[in-house]
Design a protein around this ligand. Structure first.
Ligand SMILES: Nc1ncnc2c1ncn2[C@@H]1O[C@H](COP(=O)(O)OP(=O)(O)OP(=O)(O)O)[C@@H](O)[C@H]1O
Ligand SMILES: [Mg+2]
Length: 274
Protein backbone atom coordinates (compact mmCIF):
# COMPACT_ATOMS: atom_id res chain seq x y z
CA UNK A 1 0.00 0.00 0.00
CA UNK A 2 1.29 3.46 -0.79
CA UNK A 3 0.24 6.32 1.41
CA UNK A 4 0.19 10.03 0.85
CA UNK A 5 1.74 12.45 3.33
CA UNK A 6 -0.82 13.57 5.91
CA UNK A 7 -0.25 17.28 5.62
CA UNK A 8 -0.01 19.25 2.45
CA UNK A 9 1.75 22.30 3.89
CA UNK A 10 5.51 21.74 3.81
CA UNK A 11 7.49 22.80 6.84
CA UNK A 12 9.53 26.00 6.37
CA UNK A 13 12.48 23.76 7.21
CA UNK A 14 12.00 21.90 3.94
CA UNK A 15 10.95 24.63 1.54
CA UNK A 16 13.35 25.86 -1.12
CA UNK A 17 16.48 24.21 0.18
CA UNK A 18 18.90 21.85 -1.55
CA UNK A 19 18.89 18.64 0.48
CA UNK A 20 21.91 18.07 2.70
CA UNK A 21 21.33 14.31 2.68
CA UNK A 22 19.99 12.47 -0.35
CA UNK A 23 19.25 8.76 -0.09
CA UNK A 24 18.27 6.94 -3.28
CA UNK A 25 17.32 3.32 -3.84
CA UNK A 26 19.23 2.28 -0.73
CA UNK A 27 19.45 -1.40 0.06
CA UNK A 28 21.37 -3.41 2.63
CA UNK A 29 21.92 -7.11 3.36
CA UNK A 30 23.70 -8.85 6.19
CA UNK A 31 24.60 -12.08 4.42
CA UNK A 32 21.28 -13.67 3.40
CA UNK A 33 19.22 -11.23 5.49
CA UNK A 34 17.87 -8.34 3.42
CA UNK A 35 17.36 -5.56 5.98
CA UNK A 36 15.85 -2.81 3.81
CA UNK A 37 15.39 -1.94 0.17
CA UNK A 38 14.38 0.96 -2.07
CA UNK A 39 14.89 3.60 0.61
CA UNK A 40 14.47 7.09 -0.85
CA UNK A 41 14.41 10.31 1.15
CA UNK A 42 16.02 13.71 1.49
CA UNK A 43 16.89 15.79 4.53
CA UNK A 44 17.16 19.56 4.17
CA UNK A 45 20.06 21.51 5.69
CA UNK A 46 17.81 22.73 8.52
CA UNK A 47 15.47 19.84 8.80
CA UNK A 48 14.86 17.23 11.48
CA UNK A 49 13.61 13.92 10.11
CA UNK A 50 12.45 11.43 12.71
CA UNK A 51 12.49 7.73 11.82
CA UNK A 52 10.25 5.22 13.57
CA UNK A 53 9.69 1.55 12.89
CA UNK A 54 9.51 -1.79 14.67
CA UNK A 55 12.53 -3.20 16.41
CA UNK A 56 14.87 -4.88 13.95
CA UNK A 57 13.55 -3.05 10.87
CA UNK A 58 16.99 -1.56 10.21
CA UNK A 59 17.00 1.96 11.72
CA UNK A 60 20.46 1.66 13.27
CA UNK A 61 21.74 -0.03 10.13
CA UNK A 62 20.39 2.86 8.03
CA UNK A 63 22.12 5.46 10.24
CA UNK A 64 25.38 3.54 10.10
CA UNK A 65 25.18 3.40 6.31
CA UNK A 66 24.60 7.17 6.17
CA UNK A 67 27.50 7.69 8.57
CA UNK A 68 29.69 5.64 6.23
CA UNK A 69 30.51 3.14 9.02
CA UNK A 70 28.76 0.34 7.13
CA UNK A 71 28.83 -0.27 3.38
CA UNK A 72 25.45 -0.33 1.63
CA UNK A 73 24.92 -2.70 -1.24
CA UNK A 74 22.38 -0.94 -3.44
CA UNK A 75 21.60 2.66 -4.26
CA UNK A 76 23.50 5.72 -3.12
CA UNK A 77 23.84 8.22 -0.31
CA UNK A 78 24.95 11.79 -0.94
CA UNK A 79 25.88 14.20 1.84
CA UNK A 80 26.17 17.61 0.21
CA UNK A 81 28.14 16.88 -2.96
CA UNK A 82 29.95 13.88 -1.50
CA UNK A 83 28.99 10.33 -2.19
CA UNK A 84 29.20 8.30 1.03
CA UNK A 85 31.51 5.28 0.77
CA UNK A 86 33.31 5.83 4.09
CA UNK A 87 32.91 8.23 7.04
CA UNK A 88 33.05 11.83 5.83
CA UNK A 89 33.82 15.07 7.63
CA UNK A 90 30.91 17.01 9.04
CA UNK A 91 28.77 14.01 9.97
CA UNK A 92 28.38 13.22 13.68
CA UNK A 93 26.53 10.39 15.37
CA UNK A 94 25.06 10.18 18.87
CA UNK A 95 24.47 6.65 20.15
CA UNK A 96 21.84 5.21 22.43
CA UNK A 97 24.31 4.06 25.04
CA UNK A 98 26.28 7.29 25.18
CA UNK A 99 29.43 5.86 23.58
CA UNK A 100 31.69 7.65 26.07
CA UNK A 101 35.14 6.47 27.12
CA UNK A 102 34.77 5.50 30.79
CA UNK A 103 38.39 6.40 31.55
CA UNK A 104 38.11 9.91 30.11
CA UNK A 105 36.65 12.99 31.81
CA UNK A 106 33.91 15.13 30.25
CA UNK A 107 36.57 17.48 28.87
CA UNK A 108 38.58 14.61 27.39
CA UNK A 109 35.51 12.91 25.93
CA UNK A 110 34.35 16.12 24.23
CA UNK A 111 37.89 16.84 23.00
CA UNK A 112 38.14 13.35 21.48
CA UNK A 113 35.72 14.09 18.62
CA UNK A 114 37.62 17.25 17.73
CA UNK A 115 40.96 15.46 17.93
CA UNK A 116 39.67 12.74 15.60
CA UNK A 117 38.51 15.46 13.21
CA UNK A 118 42.08 16.82 13.19
CA UNK A 119 41.32 20.11 14.98
CA UNK A 120 44.38 22.10 16.13
CA UNK A 121 45.10 22.29 19.89
CA UNK A 122 44.07 25.94 20.21
CA UNK A 123 40.72 25.23 18.59
CA UNK A 124 40.14 22.26 20.90
CA UNK A 125 40.93 24.41 23.96
CA UNK A 126 38.50 27.08 22.80
CA UNK A 127 35.66 24.83 21.73
CA UNK A 128 35.54 22.21 24.48
CA UNK A 129 34.41 24.59 27.26
CA UNK A 130 32.00 26.31 24.84
CA UNK A 131 30.18 23.06 24.01
CA UNK A 132 30.24 21.76 27.57
CA UNK A 133 28.43 24.97 28.53
CA UNK A 134 26.01 24.71 25.61
CA UNK A 135 24.74 21.32 26.80
CA UNK A 136 24.52 22.46 30.43
CA UNK A 137 27.48 20.53 31.85
CA UNK A 138 29.56 23.49 33.08
CA UNK A 139 31.06 22.55 36.44
CA UNK A 140 31.40 18.87 35.47
CA UNK A 141 34.45 19.20 33.23
CA UNK A 142 36.54 16.85 35.36
CA UNK A 143 33.80 14.27 36.02
CA UNK A 144 34.11 10.73 34.69
CA UNK A 145 31.07 9.00 33.12
CA UNK A 146 30.53 6.79 36.20
CA UNK A 147 30.14 9.96 38.29
CA UNK A 148 27.28 11.25 36.12
CA UNK A 149 23.61 10.36 35.60
CA UNK A 150 22.44 8.87 32.30
CA UNK A 151 21.08 12.27 31.26
CA UNK A 152 24.41 13.95 31.96
CA UNK A 153 26.27 11.28 30.05
CA UNK A 154 23.99 11.81 27.09
CA UNK A 155 24.60 15.58 27.27
CA UNK A 156 28.31 14.77 27.14
CA UNK A 157 27.78 12.55 24.06
CA UNK A 158 25.82 15.38 22.47
CA UNK A 159 28.57 17.92 23.26
CA UNK A 160 31.15 15.63 21.66
CA UNK A 161 29.07 15.34 18.49
CA UNK A 162 28.20 19.07 18.35
CA UNK A 163 31.77 20.26 19.01
CA UNK A 164 32.87 19.24 15.52
CA UNK A 165 30.12 21.59 14.28
CA UNK A 166 28.57 18.94 12.07
CA UNK A 167 26.27 19.79 9.24
CA UNK A 168 24.67 16.37 9.63
CA UNK A 169 23.69 14.98 13.02
CA UNK A 170 22.60 11.34 13.26
CA UNK A 171 20.87 10.42 16.51
CA UNK A 172 20.14 6.76 17.30
CA UNK A 173 17.55 6.66 20.10
CA UNK A 174 19.67 9.10 22.08
CA UNK A 175 17.22 9.44 24.97
CA UNK A 176 16.05 5.85 25.26
CA UNK A 177 18.20 5.06 28.29
CA UNK A 178 17.13 7.99 30.49
CA UNK A 179 14.07 8.37 32.71
CA UNK A 180 10.90 10.03 31.41
CA UNK A 181 11.46 13.42 33.08
CA UNK A 182 15.07 13.67 31.96
CA UNK A 183 13.99 12.63 28.51
CA UNK A 184 11.52 15.49 28.29
CA UNK A 185 14.13 17.97 29.51
CA UNK A 186 16.65 16.69 26.95
CA UNK A 187 14.12 16.89 24.11
CA UNK A 188 13.57 20.59 24.72
CA UNK A 189 17.30 21.16 25.31
CA UNK A 190 17.97 19.54 21.96
CA UNK A 191 15.41 21.82 20.29
CA UNK A 192 17.01 24.87 21.96
CA UNK A 193 20.48 23.82 20.79
CA UNK A 194 19.21 23.00 17.31
CA UNK A 195 17.62 26.46 17.02
CA UNK A 196 20.97 28.02 17.99
CA UNK A 197 22.88 25.81 15.57
CA UNK A 198 20.54 24.22 13.03
CA UNK A 199 21.79 21.16 11.14
CA UNK A 200 20.33 18.40 9.05
CA UNK A 201 19.29 15.83 11.63
CA UNK A 202 18.01 12.27 11.48
CA UNK A 203 16.51 11.23 14.78
CA UNK A 204 15.68 7.56 15.32
CA UNK A 205 13.25 6.87 18.14
CA UNK A 206 10.73 4.34 19.41
CA UNK A 207 8.68 7.15 20.94
CA UNK A 208 5.91 8.41 18.65
CA UNK A 209 5.47 11.55 20.79
CA UNK A 210 9.16 12.32 20.51
CA UNK A 211 9.13 11.79 16.74
CA UNK A 212 6.17 14.16 16.26
CA UNK A 213 7.49 16.75 18.73
CA UNK A 214 10.99 16.95 17.20
CA UNK A 215 10.47 16.06 13.56
CA UNK A 216 9.62 18.27 10.63
CA UNK A 217 8.82 14.96 9.03
CA UNK A 218 8.33 11.45 10.37
CA UNK A 219 9.37 8.50 8.23
CA UNK A 220 7.76 5.17 9.08
CA UNK A 221 9.71 2.07 8.05
CA UNK A 222 7.83 -1.18 7.60
CA UNK A 223 8.13 -4.75 6.42
CA UNK A 224 10.79 -7.41 6.02
CA UNK A 225 12.86 -6.29 4.23
CA UNK A 226 11.72 -2.86 5.38
CA UNK A 227 10.98 0.09 3.17
CA UNK A 228 9.43 3.52 3.70
CA UNK A 229 5.75 3.13 4.42
CA UNK A 230 4.93 6.76 5.12
CA UNK A 231 6.74 10.07 4.99
CA UNK A 232 4.54 12.38 7.06
CA UNK A 233 4.98 16.15 7.13
CA UNK A 234 4.65 17.46 10.69
CA UNK A 235 3.09 20.87 10.15
CA UNK A 236 3.27 22.06 13.75
CA UNK A 237 4.24 25.64 14.56
CA UNK A 238 7.80 26.49 15.51
CA UNK A 239 9.53 26.74 17.82
CA UNK A 240 8.20 23.56 19.36
CA UNK A 241 7.59 24.01 23.06
CA UNK A 242 5.72 22.24 25.88
CA UNK A 243 2.56 23.93 24.58
CA UNK A 244 3.02 22.07 21.29
CA UNK A 245 2.15 18.89 23.18
CA UNK A 246 -1.31 20.33 23.97
CA UNK A 247 -2.25 21.23 20.38
CA UNK A 248 -5.09 19.26 18.75
CA UNK A 249 -2.91 18.97 15.64
CA UNK A 250 -0.18 17.32 17.72
CA UNK A 251 -2.70 14.71 18.88
CA UNK A 252 -3.90 14.14 15.30
CA UNK A 253 -0.38 13.61 13.98
CA UNK A 254 0.53 11.34 16.89
CA UNK A 255 -2.55 9.23 16.13
CA UNK A 256 -1.62 9.11 12.47
CA UNK A 257 1.87 7.78 13.18
CA UNK A 258 0.54 5.46 15.88
CA UNK A 259 -2.10 3.88 13.63
CA UNK A 260 0.48 3.36 10.87
CA UNK A 261 2.82 1.62 13.28
CA UNK A 262 0.06 -0.46 14.83
CA UNK A 263 -1.07 -1.62 11.42
CA UNK A 264 2.51 -2.62 10.77
CA UNK A 265 2.79 -4.43 14.10
CA UNK A 266 -0.41 -6.39 13.39
CA UNK A 267 0.84 -7.31 9.91
CA UNK A 268 4.13 -8.50 11.48
CA UNK A 269 2.19 -10.67 13.97
CA UNK A 270 0.15 -12.10 11.14
CA UNK A 271 3.32 -13.04 9.25
CA UNK A 272 4.73 -14.71 12.38
CA UNK A 273 1.53 -16.66 12.93
CA UNK A 274 1.43 -18.10 9.44
N1 LIG B 1 26.23 -6.85 12.35
C1 LIG B 1 25.15 -7.54 12.01
N2 LIG B 1 25.24 -8.74 11.43
C2 LIG B 1 24.15 -9.44 11.06
N3 LIG B 1 22.88 -9.01 11.24
C3 LIG B 1 22.72 -7.83 11.83
C4 LIG B 1 23.84 -7.02 12.25
N4 LIG B 1 23.35 -5.87 12.80
C5 LIG B 1 22.02 -5.97 12.74
N5 LIG B 1 21.62 -7.13 12.17
C6 LIG B 1 20.24 -7.54 11.87
O1 LIG B 1 19.70 -6.57 10.98
C7 LIG B 1 18.36 -6.24 11.33
C8 LIG B 1 18.25 -4.75 11.58
O2 LIG B 1 18.99 -4.41 12.76
P1 LIG B 1 19.04 -2.92 13.31
O3 LIG B 1 19.88 -2.95 14.53
O4 LIG B 1 19.43 -2.01 12.21
O5 LIG B 1 17.50 -2.68 13.67
P2 LIG B 1 16.82 -1.48 14.44
O6 LIG B 1 15.66 -1.04 13.63
O7 LIG B 1 17.84 -0.45 14.79
O8 LIG B 1 16.28 -2.20 15.76
P3 LIG B 1 16.04 -1.58 17.23
O9 LIG B 1 14.80 -0.73 17.13
O10 LIG B 1 15.80 -2.79 18.08
O11 LIG B 1 17.27 -0.80 17.63
C9 LIG B 1 18.02 -7.12 12.53
O12 LIG B 1 17.34 -8.24 12.04
C10 LIG B 1 19.36 -7.51 13.11
O13 LIG B 1 19.30 -8.78 13.70
MG1 LIG C 1 18.59 0.29 16.60
Amino acid sequence: MTSQPTATVPSPAIADAEPRIRVRGLGKHYGALEVFKNIDFDVGPREIVAIVGPSGCGKTTLLRCIDGLLPHDAGEIMVGNERVTEPIAGVAMVFQHFGLFPWKTVTENVAYGLRMAGAPKAEIERKVPEFIKLVGLAGFEKAFPYQMSGGMQQRCGLARALAIEPNVLLMDEPFAAVDAQTREILQFELLRIWEERPTAMIFVTHSIEEAVLLGHRVIVLKGRPSSIHENIVIDLPEPRTRETLQLPRFAELRERVWSTLMREAREAEFVLER
